[in-house]
Design a protein around this ligand. Sequence first.
Ligand SMILES: Nc1ncnc2c1ncn2[C@@H]1O[C@H](COP(=O)(O)OP(=O)(O)OP(=O)(O)O)[C@@H](O)[C@H]1O
Length: 696
Amino acid sequence: MAKLGIDKEFLREFSKLEKTVQQRVLESFGKFDAATHAGAHLEKITNARDDHFRTIRIDQFWRGVVLAPESGDSYTLLKVLPHDDAYAWAQRRTASVNTATGRIEIRDTEAIDATLPALSQMAASAPARLFDGVKDAELRKLGIDEQTLQFARALTDPVQLDASKSFLPQNQWDALYGLAAGLSPEEVWAEVGAFTTAGEVDTSDIGAAVERSTDRVVLVDGPEELMVMFERPFDLWRVYLHPQQRRLAESSFSGPAQVKGGPGTGKTVVALHRAHNLAQAGAGRILVTTYISTLPATLSAGLKLLADSPGVLDHIDIRHVDQLSHQIYREQHGAPLLLRSDQEKELWRSAARKAGAHFSEAFLAEEWRQVVLAQEVTDADDYRAADRTGRGRRLGARQKAQVWQVIWEFRQELRRRNLSTHETICIEATRLLNDRLEKPYRHIVVDEAQDLSPVHWRLLRAAVPQAPDDLFLAGDTHQRIYNSRVSFRDVGIAIAGRSSKLNINYRTTAEILAWSLGLIRGERIDDMDGGLDSIAGCRSDVHGMTPELKGFGNWDTELANLTKTVTDWIAAGVHPAEIGIAARSNYLVTATEASLGKDGIPVRALASASTGEDAVSVGTMHRMKGLEFRCLAVVGAGARQVPLPNAVTAAEEDQITHEHDMQRERCLLFVACTRAREQLSVSWHGASSPFLTALA
Ligand SMILES: Nc1ncnc2c1ncn2[C@@H]1O[C@H](COP(=O)(O)OP(=O)(O)OP(=O)(O)O)[C@@H](O)[C@H]1O
């Protein structure tokens, strides 16, 4: 019986075809095995460079290009194009088997042949070439074959390599890209070569290569599966991993391990697969946790997609980290009475008055959280000796004594009134867990790890015994949108040697990614382990439109433009549910919802958690975390809204906190913009945000 595979690249393209063509594709391939009697309805291509391509009729105008092995009957759908383009596409290309990975690759041989002479000519007079430092043998080991080697040897500039991405075989281009970005051959092997196959590769066996290419080709079992795949290509990716992701999801680590990487590189996908694999292995209960309040629902939905048997999910708890601490606290002490934020301000004011000290509530609250709680300071001596790096305002001995006095008064008042904060609950829960011999979990998987605070980390450390595969952390410090800063070493989590980075962004187009990366370029961002982090190698293979940036005279005209943008997207075939709108403040979000609603566009407020409708989602930039949209508009990106003035500490009050706040606001805009898959529009009224001005 004929087997059908679909090239994942085509899955992305499918959604952009007209609805009637999509329907015809489904009909043609839905009955593929019944209709394919030894490839009877597949047409050979005349003047082909490679005999492995065939076309299949979709309708009068459209044809599918299929890869057909010389023996056997498993076929892979690569493209659907207008008739002449389909033939031209196939005539230019050749299929081959990567010598190192054994996987299928397709190259545009005509483009390589056309480009090489000019490149070689330029290289002849160049003082150096791009890969002078890498030996032929090393390149071959990474799967670079003779044609690509010749091409690589003629490159003198990374820009030429970038330009060749569309025509070189993908695995080989990835290897060259890694080397050009400064990775050693061993590091490139870890990223690209993680594909390794057992034994010698038979480079003539295209069929076997397709079967090995589980990262690229999705095998379809029948018409229903084909339908699901086309309807929900983004869900489907969760089941097919890049080999580097697979390694991270399946390896055993001798202690805490971490996956980092830029936005959309599949860190959450890895975290979910890992939790699922650990559950299947059955060594004990698993906690999947995060600090982002909306994420547990997304993680839960993702895990449901992965689990083929519901029993597996019974071993996994998915909850916000504060939910865990509250539960442990409640088991011992009953329900806590929580301090409200207005109460907290009042308590700081009165504690400062009692101590005769003149510090703002904001400064005191931050000092308590960032120094006292973060470093487990318990008395005045500890506080005097505490490390205040990261706090901008210097304090002399007398001032420190005063601050400590205020903090002491504040804590006394909390005790007197029997009030708790999330932090004090977390600290008490940690104490309770440290006293227990039996820990509640055998494995903990953390998503968006950059947003947890030191008290959270101590809680998690206490909730799982120190053992192989105890903690797995997924995160990106460039996407930190809360105030937490942590050094793993200080909270007893040793990652050394067990940290990996993902570089391929699967969500966003290269254009949106490059523009968004510009927002955070030059920012010094920590790696939570005593050093600085970088996402410089983060890249996307998919191309699309450049982000649209527009300024307006006032909010009303900006909103009128938003209606037009959204209407155009919908008219172009994007479902309202595939559209997101983000703004910095609740005020702007509410005004946006009202305006779109008045203009007859179906909207749903992300804050109200309703789902299921085909409506445009509107929410704050914070709410965007964990979501993604085909088209996304960021509105109100003006100088008076981003950064949000009342979320930024004045530089005069505390220079370092001011800088941290500014960085967080910048990262927040970065997070919002990187939720867009295909199109991004950023608008403002009045002067534009300084983050955008800097970019221009
Ligand atoms: N191997 C893969 N192949 C194709 N798509 C993938 C792959 N891995 C992840 N994706 C898709 O990429 C998108 C981003 O994945 P995910 O949310 O896991 O990234 P992330 O690194 O956690 O992102 P962020 O840091 O921005 O929150 C999702 O749509 C996911 O389905």
